[in-house]
Design a protein around this ligand. Structure first.
Ligand SMILES: [Zn+2]
Length: 57
């Protein structure tokens, strides 16, 4: 799984959860964001969506 912002591989935990977050756009497509990018954007989904050039609900 790769980060949609920086293209780095996102680590997963043994529970198969990613170290980061998912953002769903208005078309229902999931975008994976690594922990570092999540932090860089202060976990602000609106800003991340803007960076990815996607619309969120
Ligand atoms: Zn990233």
């Amino acid at each position: 799984m790769k980060c949609d912002i920086c293209s780095k591989n996102i680590e997963t935990t043994f529970m198969s959860k990613i170290l980061g977050t998912y953002i769903k756009d208005d078309k229902g497509k999931k975008h994976s964001i690594c922990f570092e990018c999540q932090k860089k954007f202060n976990n602000d989904k609106a800003k991340i969506a803007e960076k990815l050039n996607i619309n969120i609900k």
